[in-house]
Design a protein around this ligand. Structure first.
Ligand code: NAP
Ligand code: ZN
Ligand code: ZN
Length: 377
């Protein structure tokens, strides 16, 4: 075992010397390859870096879109994963807010310009110069390397982008909070959801089920819109107050003018106009799903007649993500997860596309094959 992989707790601070750590990983080598075993070289922690031994990483539908090239050209090999939970292994010499052994998380962001108005407001996800995503993005502060995500045994991230996971949260069930949790928490907060509001959640997958739990914890009434007969009862078990089978026009009609804000998490193109009809005056529909192809057009009349807003929202900033983790710890909110092994990843992707997941797959990184002696990336 080399110095870089040796277990050391507590470890002394490090300076940027030595060899990169070879980490086991799973990722795609092309849009058609599916996920295969890979070895990633993780940089030696610089003075502001935190090296994290990853325990769990959630599988987001965005990982499917990205690895399969559905959002356009990608740089391969590509290791996905941006719902990372693990323990700090060692820290750079200037890091004094994390120590080895801390339970931490990394979400969808590992850097941003840190200077633009968005970054200064804590909205790093909307960085005007482009945020640095956890995978598949050029990392200019680290030699222009392409970032590689959390389906891996370790990762090195600047301390500014490392979240503290409250110890009371189960690590596997907390992992999906790092994307599904914050992506739904942020628009609910932006809309100021509070007791008495009625929140509609469209699509009961990873994001959708977190939206149900978080909106309930905020005191709202929640109505789930699902395409799946099998999820009608399941939605109530999750805490929804009502469920509408969206393919039933009469059920949709009955929901007209009953909702204040809709969180739409559907991963495929679909007609939004029936959902606008369910909104009350001044209502809003936040589109979170990012389907690979265009959606049917939105009818302007539907928006105008009740002063509705049609909005988008992208994950959340670092401070808000920490706020969400603390909120979830306070309210006992975690994800409903099915923990999978590395060998089950491809099947899990197919099941996610088929809507067959309750409600988030999470990779147990202990099941990754050991790294090879030479890095693939
Ligand atoms: P997911 O777990 O696969 O859930 C998506 C749900 O959408 C399904 O469970 C299904 O729910 C519903 N759905 C209805 N028709 C569908 C169809 N034809 N194909 C697929 N799903 C269909 O996905 P997720 O991880 O929650 O992600 C949802 C979307 O949000 C993805 O497009 C993802 O890329 C995007 N996303 C956006 C952000 C952001 O910052 N805006 C962040 C993360 C993810 P029912 O069975 O209940 O109908
Ligand atoms: Zn995600
Ligand atoms: Zn910026």
């Amino acid at each position: 075992m080399s110095d870089e992989t040796a277990e050391a707790s507590p470890a002394p601070p490090v300076t940027a010397k030595g060899m990169p750590t070879l980490a086991a990983a799973y990722g795609a080598t092309s849009a058609e390859s599916g996920l295969v075993s890979l070895t990633v070289a993780r940089r030696v922690p610089k003075e502001d870096d935190v090296e994290i031994e990853i325990d769990f990483c959630g599988l987001c539908h965005s990982d499917v879109h990205a690895t399969r090239g559905e959002w356009g050209a990608q740089s391969y090999p590509l290791v996905p994963g941006h719902e990372i939970v693990g323990r700090v292994r060692r820290v750079g010499s200037a890091v004094d807010d994390f120590v080895p052994g801390d339970l931490v998380g990394v979400g969808c962001l590992v850097d941003s310009c840190r200077e633009c108005d968005s970054c200064l407001e804590g909205l790093e996800q909307y960085c005007e110069r482009g945020n640095v995503g956890t995978y598949g993005v050029k990392d200019s502060r680290n030699g222009g390397a392409i970032t590689q995500g959390g389906y891996s045994t370790s990762v090195v991230v600047d301390r500014r982008f490392v979240l503290r996971v409250p110890e009371g949260l189960d690590p596997a069930a907390a992992a999906p909070l790092l994307c599904a949790g914050i992506t739904t928490y942020s628009p609910l907060r932006y809309f100021d959801v509070e007791e008495g509001d009625v929140v509609g959640v469209v699509g009961l997958g990873g994001l959708g089920h977190m939206a149900v739990k978080i909106a309930k914890a905020m005191g709202a009434q929640v109505v789930v819109f699902t395409t799946s007969d099998a999820k009608v009862e399941a939605a109530i078990e999750l805490g929804a107050d009502d469920v509408v089978l969206s393919k039933d026009p009469e059920a949709m009609e009955a929901a007209n003018r009953t909702i204040d804000v809709i969180i739409d998490t559907v991963a495929a193109p679909h007609d939004l106009n029936p959902y606008f009809r369910t909104l009350r005056l001044n209502g809003a529909l936040f589109q979170l799903g990012l389907p690979p192809t265009d959606m049917p057009p939105v009818s302007p009349g539907a928006l105008i007649r009740r002063r509705l807003s049609y909005a988008g929202s992208l994950i959340g900033g670092i401070a808000e993500t920490q706020e969400m983790l603390d909120f979830c710890a306070e309210h006992g909110v975690v994800s409903e997860v099915e923990v999978v092994t590395a060998r089950q990843l491809n099947e899990a992707y197919d099941r996610m596309v088929a809507g067959d997941v309750k409600y988030r797959f999470v990779l147990d990184t202990k099941t990754l094959q050991p790294p090879s002696e030479k890095a693939d990336i």
